[in-house]
Design a protein. Structure first.
Length: 384
């Protein structure tokens, strides 16, 4: 019988549908795909975080250590001196305080390199699960020391694995593995097949920060200047609808108002409402400027039956796998041309949407979990 999967998320993060954070979404997707005859997964969750949690895994609570802003500066200084980062280690020590009472588990440290050496290797298998590029501030010697106990380093895309390898010593390259994210296709599926109406409905759903490129999409729609195209922007800089607007958000809203009723701007919505927003779109655009490690919205838009347009950067091409439309990042003209083609050609729109949907249905969380388990089985056996 396989060991239980025990997920470690960022201390203070919420394992809840009320947050839009990618890591809890991935953990929930993988957990929900667990077969009935395998151990139920668990997630280490700080006591006091959102009480309405995903029901796909058991929440193992711990008392969170008090962190201080100065710890980050201390950690940076210690890292430059080649010493362990005691600030973040202190936060994770609270997470692992009771690990000797846990049943033997495979501990998946999500975006948490400093958690890896704190796992009791005599009882548990330690794995780093990388959703982002984590080692820019690490020297190779520190990375080697921190990751020495890791049985594997799982990355969510080939693009991220290549970026990560550039920051790691050669001896760790053989531990790099790729497990691409999946999607709950049934949860995002729209009922029936809705043909587009007189207006092409375009949607952006994501964090309202420059890296995500909502302003590029706005500029593309402005250049098109077409009454038969409507854009909906959904998101905020963070995951709290009550947060004050950043200067970037204020500028996006100002530019959206200038386009009148052709653009609707909505704040952050909880995870259950994301599917509803995506089902209302004919086209979902992921116009990121930065190299997204994977971009969950790509597969979610596909599963909702939309044609997906994404920037040709980072892991987005891997997410699309030749089924959607790629455009150069930051290029409003190229994005406008792609949107105009979809608006003018119903056959292109339907063929693209159909191919996207088929791709999402093939790449669900069950497939992602099966690949993860193959990687973990190899790691447990010591296979290269």
């Amino acid at each position: 019988m396989r060991h239980r999967l025990l997920h470690v998320i960022t201390p203070g993060d919420h394992f809840s549908p009320r947050t839009g954070s990618a890591i809890p979404t991935v953990v929930d997707g993988l957990s929900r795909a667990t077969p009935a005859d395998e151990p139920r997964p668990a997630v280490l969750v700080a006591r006091g975080t959102y009480p309405d949690r995903y029901d796909s895994a058991d929440a193992v609570e711990y008392d969170q250590a008090a962190g201080h802003r100065r710890d980050r500066y201390l950690d940076a200084a210690l890292a430059r001196a080649g010493l362990p980062r005691i600030g973040i280690r202190g936060e994770f020590r609270a997470v692992f305080r009771d690990q000797h009472d846990w049943e033997p588990s495979i501990v998946l440290a999500h975006n948490a390199p400093q958690a890896v050496p704190l796992v009791d290797a005599r009882r548990h298998l330690s794995v780093l699960y990388a959703h982002n590029l984590l080692f820019r501030a690490y020297r190779r010697r520190e990375a080697a020391r921190v990751l020495a106990p890791a049985a594997a380093i799982v990355c969510v895309s080939e693009a991220l694995a290549e970026q990560t390898a550039a920051f790691l010593p050669d001896a760790l390259h053989s531990r790099l593995r790729v497990v691409r994210n999946g999607v709950d296709a049934a949860a995002f599926a729209r009922p029936g097949h809705a043909r587009r109406g007189d207006v092409l409905r375009i949607a952006f759903i994501g964090r309202m920060i420059p890296d995500k490129g909502a302003d590029i999409l706005l500029e593309a729609v402005r250049r098109l200047d077409r009454p038969d195209i409507h854009l909906t922007l959904v998101g905020a800089s963070g995951f709290d609808v009550n947060d004050p607007l950043t200067p970037f958000e204020q500028e996006v809203r100002r530019r959206a108002r200038a386009l009148g009723d052709r653009v609707t701007v909505r704040p952050f919505v909880p995870r259950p409402e994301v599917a509803t927003a995506l089902r209302q779109a004919d086209v979902v655009v992921v116009p990121s400027r930065w190299p997204e490690p994977f971009a969950l919205t790509v597969l979610e838009g596909m599963a909702a039956g939309a044609a997906v347009v994404g920037s040709e950067i980072g892991g987005i091409p891997e997410s699309l796998r030749g089924t959607g439309i790629l455009v150069p990042p930051g290029d409003a003209s190229a994005l406008a041309e792609a949107l105009a083609a979809l608006a003018d050609d119903d056959v292109l729109l339907e063929d693209t949407a159909r191919a996207c949907l088929a791709h999402a249905e093939r790449h669900d969380w069950a497939l992602a979990r099966a690949e993860l388990m193959r990687v973990l089985d190899d790691a447990a056996s010591g296979a290269p």
